[in-house]
Design a protein around this ligand. Structure first.
Ligand SMILES: [Zn+2]
Length: 287
């Protein structure tokens, strides 16, 4: 089973890298997700430590909304495109070293103002990236993540299932990172906000982010402590033949509400392991 853990801020400090990765590896984790700046200058120390433990590194563009906007700023200029060509080379070298494609999670472009413009920019940017990757035969897999709706932000491109569905329909080669917590959060705030999940959406899911949500504490909580229907979601993925990473994406500070960080992480990993295994058993039982 392909279990991943996102090293969001707080989980893995620089003086604790080796011991935290040992802990994850012992708990059955075989992938860690790292932040990727558009410069390509990711945390090599952690990546190398993961590699020596036979873990695959997946990447996520910077979370901060301003920094993720940086990814899109100037991409369509000669300097910007040269920069992304260098990034593609860096990722391809890493993919060869880890003997697994370098998967990169992208957030839709969000300038906080114009939803349609954000989507158009995302589509143009991703199309160029995917075409460039295919042309140069680089082992890089790009996936676009569905965003959580934020009632305080009038425009949040990518918080609707149909938006993500439509984006990837026009771009063969681009996959979906189904953030199950974001998806549930959006529907909890307004059940009519997003259309139902489609078979197309599930079939094109190439990566997942798993976390729980409550209206009080918000999202990125350890699974089993909120209202996200994770068993149903994982079952749906399993029956569609999903073979990507099951990546936990937990907020470190929120985890402290529940227990000691490593206990929270261990319980969360056990939850995902048990839930995924039980969907497999259900499957066999139905035959
Ligand atoms: Zn996510």
């Amino acid at each position: 089973m392909k279990l991943g853990f996102s090293l969001k801020p707080g989980w893995c400090s620089s003086d604790d890298t080796e011991s935290f990765l040992d802990f994850l590896s012992d708990a059955g984790v075989n992938s860690v997700e790292l932040t990727l700046p558009s410069s390509g200058n990711f945390d090599h120390k952690t990546a190398e430590a993961a590699l020596t433990r036979n873990m695959t590194v997946t990447f996520h563009i910077i979370w901060d909304s301003k920094a993720s906007w940086d990814w899109y700023r100037g991409w369509n200029t000669e300097t910007g495109r040269n920069g992304f060509d260098r990034l593609l080379n860096t990722l391809d070298v890493w993919a060869k070293r880890q003997k697994n494609p370098a998967l990169v999670v992208i957030h839709p472009c969000d300038n906080g103002r114009n939803r349609q413009q954000g989507i158009t920019t995302t589509v143009d940017f991703c199309r160029w990236l995917v075409e460039r990757t295919t042309m140069k035969k680089h082992k890089v897999q790009w996936v676009i993540e569905n965003m959580p709706h934020d009632p305080n932000v009038p425009s949040r491109p990518g918080d609707r299932v149909e938006e993500i569905d439509n984006m990837i329909k026009s771009m063969p080669g681009l996959g979906i990172c189904w953030d199950i917590g974001h998806w549930h959060l959006t529907r909890s705030i307004n059940p009519t906000w997003s259309s139902p999940l489609t078979n197309h959406f599930i079939a094109h899911t190439a990566h997942t982010h798993i976390h729980d949500y409550t209206s009080k504490l918000g999202d990125h909580l350890p699974p089993g402590h909120g209202t996200v229907p994770l068993t149903t979601a994982l079952h749906r993925l399993h029956t569609a033949g999903y073979n990507g990473w099951l990546t936990l994406e937990l907020d470190y500070n929120k985890a402290l509400h529940f227990s000691k960080p490593r206990d929270v992480a261990r319980d969360a990993l056990t939850f995902v392991h048990k839930t995924w295994t039980s969907t497999m058993k259900t499957e066999i039982g139905h035959r």
